[in-house]
Ligand binder design. Structure first.
Ligand code: HEM
Length: 513
């Protein structure tokens, strides 16, 4: 009897081990090979890849080499971020053309920057073309709107989208102006302390502005109260950015490495901070306006998607904090860097602001009529697009951009290379020339779809009206009160920290107008 039991146990163990080994063999070797060969048969080539690592080794070594170029590069000689942020993609694009396949570990990624794919990305409404199911942003995004696909995504989009419609955003202008006033007061204090001129890192101030706006407009609090959440999110972002490529090595994300443990700890701390905000909100007897936080809490309680209520709330709050904070903060900082570098544009934008506003605070119509300001922001978002990739995955076999894409293949449209492609933008693609937007976005590029700082299609940025309004209000306040010049301390080093950031900050001299 005992022997029989042992035999059954051994057979079961053997079968389970065999099952596990064959699934591993399939996931690591057979499936990547099969997907690649389906693409290769259609003429899509790419860099040769190796087992388990795919092309990670080449990516890491190219990155390492490029990060060993002198850090003292003070002068801004080119605005070509792509060569700095994604040297390997630029190399492969030159070698294989805009469509090629490469591997992140055992995942196959189709790089597609050719015009017909760009058009299709904007028009395709298929739920099969979703956000990647394999990503390493769990700690930051969880299962929130940015990380989800299909019906779960559609449900979240339906809940959140109305909060960012233009009419709602117009109603938030006053809050945005209050946040800009706070930055203006802080700059005035620094100027006074400095005896008429302040030398500072402007990105510190754009972060407090963007954080304050999100917290006031969406969560009914302010930067002083919510700062801890943003600081921890930034720490999490920094760890993730450091190990991003390594995380694609199969299995590594589950090991208790120093960085993984750091991320797990921060994830828990952020969750606790958000749940505290939620608890306080629930305990508050009434809240005058139904803001985004209230909408998320109420939807979580009503949701029938089987998601845990707390996770739904925490993940979606984290998504809004992350999506709305860093992106807008760095965009505002890069724009001020460019205006400091090109004083003639700073004068032009300021003249337009002073002429349009003539004293009162700008209203939505005035902001819309500021053509030069809009051109400058568009050009800044082209050269320093905070989001570097528009990522998708074929969640079922599908056709896209003329290629039959098998289920499981990732698709990357890379904004940094797209926005600076000389074939699309001309030989001066890496130069700051806001006039290219004089006839709007459609007149700026040979292929209008090639400009997509906010992504495209059904997953396009939910907060783009919000972000543009924020940027315009912030820059209007700054330029009508201060002048900005580049400090000799500034070291130009666009740097991939999940979004494209100035690695050493942006050092500016600020004086009162
Ligand atoms: C300059 C500022 C910003 C830039 C450049 C930016 C860019 C982007 C990009 C490229 C995407 C991906 C789109 C796609 O996959 O097609 C995205 C998604 C998203 N953004 Fe933004 N964003 C900005 C500001 C904001 C703000 C202020 C908010 C909210 C307050 C926001 C909320 C979102 C959300 C919720 C998504 C996910 C949409 C979905 O999957 O349905 N973004 N953003």
């Amino acid at each position: 009897m005992e022997q029989l039991f042992i035999n059954i146990l051994l057979t079961t163990l053997l079968l389970v081990s065999f099952g596990l080994l064959s699934s591993l063999f399939n996931a690591m070797i057979l499936s990547p090979k099969r997907l690649r060969s389906k693409l290769e048969k259609q003429g899509v080539t790419g860099p040769p890849h190796s087992l388990l690592l795919g092309n990670l080794w080449e990516m890491m070594s190219t990155k390492f080499k490029s990060s060993k170029t002198p850090k003292q590069q003070q002068q801004v000689t080119s605005h070509n971020c792509a060569a700095i942020v994604f040297p390997y993609l630029v190399k492969w694009r030159n070698q294989y053309g805009p469509t090629f396949v490469f591997s992140l570990g055992n995942l196959q990624i189709l790089h597609m920057n050719q015009p017909n794919a760009l058009k299709e990305l904007s028009t395709s409404t298929s739920l099969l073309f979703g956000r990647p199911s394999h990503h390493h942003h769990d700690a930051i995004l969880g299962q929130g709107i940015i990380a989800s696909s299909g019906h779960v995504w559609a449900h979240q989009r339906k809940i959140l989208a109305p909060e960012f419609f233009m009419d709602k955003v117009k109603g938030m202008m006053k809050l945005m102006e209050e946040s800009a006033f706070l930055v203006a007061s802080a700059l005035n204090e620094e100027i006074e302390k400095g005896g008429g001129v302040a030398e500072l890192k402007i990105d510190d101030y754009t972060r407090s502005f963007a954080g304050d706006v999100i917290l006031r407009a969406c969560f009914g609090s302010n930067y002083a109260q919510g700062k801890q959440i943003f600081l921890k999110l930034r720490d999490l972002q920094a760890i993730l950015a450091q190990v991003l490529l390594l995380q694609w090595i199969p299995g590594i994300r589950y090991l208790p490495t120093k960085s993984n443990m750091g991320m797990w700890r921060l994830e828990k701390e952020i969750q606790a901070l958000i749940l505290k905000v939620v608890k306080e909100r629930k305990q508050a007897k009434s809240h005058p306006d139904k803001d985004l936080l209230q909408i998320i809490i109420e939807s979580a309680e009503r949701s029938d998607l089987g998601q845990d209520t707390n996770s739904f709330v925490v993940d979606n709050c984290k998504n809004i904090y992350f999506a709305g904070y860093e992106t807008t903060a760095v965009s505002a900082a890069w724009t001020l860097m460019l205006l400091a570098l090109y004083p003639e544009w700073q004068h032009k934008v300021r003249a337009e602001i002073l002429q349009t506003c003539r004293g009162p605070l700008p209203d939505a119509d005035m902001l819309r009529n500021m053509k030069t300001l809009t051109m400058v922001i568009n050009e800044s978002l082209r050269l320093y697009s905070p989001a570097v990739i528009v990522p998708r995955e074929a969640l079922g076999d599908m056709k896209f951009g003329g290629i039959n894409i098998p289920k499981g293949v990732g698709v990357w449209i890379t904004l940094v290379t797209l926005h600076q492609d000389p074939d699309l933008w001309g030989p001066d693609a890496d130069k700051f020339i806001p006039e290219r937007f004089a006839n709007g976005i459609s007149g700026a590029c040979k292929v209008p779809y090639a400009y997509m700082p906010f992504g495209a299609g059904p997953h396009t940025c939910l907060g783009q009206h919000f972000a543009m309004m924020e940027l315009k209000i912030f820059l209007t306040h700054m330029l009508s009160n201060f002048t900005f010049t580049l400090s000799p301390k500034y070291r130009h080093s666009p740097f991939m920290n999940l979004v494209v950031e100035p690695e050493f900050g942006i050092d500016l001299f600020v004086t009162r107008l």
